[in-house]
Ligand binder design. Sequence first.
Ligand SMILES: NC(=O)c1ccc[n+]([C@@H]2O[C@H](COP(=O)([O-])OP(=O)(O)OC[C@H]3O[C@@H](n4cnc5c(N)ncnc54)[C@H](OP(=O)(O)O)[C@@H]3O)[C@@H](O)[C@H]2O)c1
Length: 244
Amino acid sequence: MHLSIVTGSSRGLGLALTEQLLQRGHRVLAIARGETVARVPTGGELIAWRADLADPVPVAERLQQWLAGQPQPTTATLLNNAGVVSTPGPLADGDLAELSTAVRVGLESALLLTAAFLRASSAWTVPRKVVLVSSGLGRRAMAGSASYCAAKAGMDHLARTVALEEAARPHGARIVSLAPGIIDTDMQVQLRTADRSRFPERDRFLGFKTAGQLDSPALAATKLLRYLDRDDFGSNPVGDVRDA
Ligand SMILES: NC(=O)c1ccc[n+]([C@@H]2O[C@H](COP(=O)([O-])OP(=O)(O)OC[C@H]3O[C@@H](n4cnc5c(N)ncnc54)[C@H](OP(=O)(O)O)[C@@H]3O)[C@@H](O)[C@H]2O)c1
């Protein structure tokens, strides 16, 4: 049995990943606040938790406990996909609670769930992989999006650090902070409908849509899973699905 854990599974890229992993016959633990509604083909298994990753400690504890009760699977993969864009605009004008949520969901939850996953599966001898769904914006700063850029840049360095730690362990896990391309989801709607006076790059996001440059969530999920399947997955802890 292949075990995959997907956060942010209720819509967008996370839902498409969940559906495609189920089609591959995986047992998928899907985590989001909303309901994860996916077709479960024969051979696949969906376990859906409704949880708020803005309060990540109890979710990470629950994951650790749950994994500790699982038999060793054939492979184990954690896809930290949940992410939030706070209202686009300068950091100085941002709502403090909203900024906190963006960083908690976007970075803290990924760090804690990764810790729980690595700890609970440390005795497993099967291939273990972790993906941190990052963004080009973790590598290129964009005004009006400080919490998002900071969370994504944090993911890159988190992956570099954990890769060093796991390389020193027998059967260590492989980890990549992976930019998934530009995807036609709610997150893009939020960026291209933002207040132009507070978010100078709004028109660039409008342009992506009108020029047909957005991947569908299904195509983006296929590209991400293709990257996950690469033999050299983890050889570089910071990657992009658009890498050759
Ligand atoms: N779309 C793009 O162009 C693009 C580009 C680069 C990177 N990415 C990254 O790709 C990932 C997926 O993005 P997307 O475009 O699919 O976003 P999306 O359509 O906005 O979906 C976000 C997902 O995260 C979940 N989520 C948000 N807040 C949560 C919370 N407090 N607790 C638990 N789950 C929460 C949502 O579920 P609930 O609301 O049900 O909780 C939803 O399933 C994100 O990490 C994003 O940063 C996207």
